[in-house]
Design a protein around this ligand. Sequence first.
Ligand code: RB5
Length: 147
Amino acid sequence: MIALGSDHAGLELKNLIIKHLEEQGIEYKDYGTYTPDSCDYAVYAEKTARAVASGECKLGLLFCGTGVGISMAANKVRGIRAACCSDAFSAEMTRLHNDANILCLGGRVVTPEKAVELVDLFLNTPFSCEERHSRRIAQITELENRF
Ligand code: RB5
């Protein structure tokens, strides 16, 4: 199950990705926003990040104008490792090395074709499980616990 969320600036791209997930038979939950009315990205970052942090959804996809604001907000939720990416290498490596659990994309940054490529890479790349990467992620968690 994949969690999705966006603000108004990411809505169009989110809807395009929803269509892509449906075509592939991938189950998802859409945590809004559902209309093009101006809204605040932190609201939808929290709803989506909670669904991922609780285990209800395995991975999440978030969309705003740049992908940046919504990633900042999502990363405030304990257990979330949200990565804002606009290139294929980063989208793949953030699963492989960082075990990122949310990919954030900018509706005003990436083309629809690039977004589909990044989403497919993100959803289909497993965490490498190598000791050095697990150790570094444990350090991120420890940092989160200290603040
Ligand atoms: C909304 O205009 C825009 O600021 C927001 O979608 C996002 O890009 C913030 O990071």
